[in-house]
Design a protein around this ligand. Sequence first.
Ligand SMILES: NC(=O)c1ccc[n+]([C@@H]2O[C@H](COP(=O)([O-])OP(=O)(O)OC[C@H]3O[C@@H](n4cnc5c(N)ncnc54)[C@H](O)[C@@H]3O)[C@@H](O)[C@H]2O)c1
Length: 246
Amino acid sequence: MSLKDKKAIVTGAGQGIGRSIALKLAQEGADVVIAELNPDTGAQTAKEVETLGRKAFFISVDVTDQMQVQAMVDQVLKAWKRIDILVNNAGFDRPGALLKVKEEDWNAVLGVHLKGTLNCVQAVAPHMIENGYGKIINTSSVWGKSGAVSEISYSTAKAGMIGLTKSLARELGRYQINVNVILPGLILTPTIATMAEKYQNMIIENTPLKRMGKPEEVANVVAFLASDEASFVTGAMVEVSGGWNM
Ligand SMILES: NC(=O)c1ccc[n+]([C@@H]2O[C@H](COP(=O)([O-])OP(=O)(O)OC[C@H]3O[C@@H](n4cnc5c(N)ncnc54)[C@H](O)[C@@H]3O)[C@@H](O)[C@H]2O)c1
């Protein structure tokens, strides 16, 4: 197991990609904090991690709230003494074309991705710096690279995740902290399952692998980036998209 006894925090791990990441990290030997807004799904993922024989810690947290995030990190360090891995996965989309973008949606989407990630990194970084070790994996989207029609807030936030990742990689590299960002394509999660089939098919048609991805296929890449197998990879944008928008 490549992550034996590592301590990880995964945000938004109640369902979808985050849940799969939590389970994969546990399969690879890590103990996992499920940092999730939804208490039902968060507790459920924590149970599944325990079933895999690893320790799990469900903490109900809104990543956009700096005080809640700091309290979570303090609680984890008190209990587990270390944090080796931080996966910033929590997020959501509020589609909207330029002339229809509402201020509250813009703030919410930029908030959950950019402020949420910044809050988590600011809370965890002092500890990782002291340890001279850390793996941070952020979540963008292929739309963060390409932009997308009627996805003004989301594409902007996801592009910001790339800039944030590269700046963090530059600042934290000297402490042997690796910071990378994944760019998923269309991945079949509970949220994507509600997308109209017409749009799903449009994307699949433009995806060289001609299918949606599975959350496990994203989790495999995250587990690699979280491991010492990827020790010389930092500031990288890793597309997990079946080739869509390459
Ligand atoms: N599924 C895709 O096709 C796809 C494609 C590209 C990027 N992504 C990105 O991958 C990540 C996961 O996507 P998903 O499809 O699994 O999403 P999802 O909606 O299925 O799950 C997201 C989880 O994040 C949690 N969450 C939302 N706001 C939160 C907050 N403020 N604090 C803590 N938790 C919060 C939700 O409760 C939910 O459990 C997101 O960042 C998303 O933008 C997904």
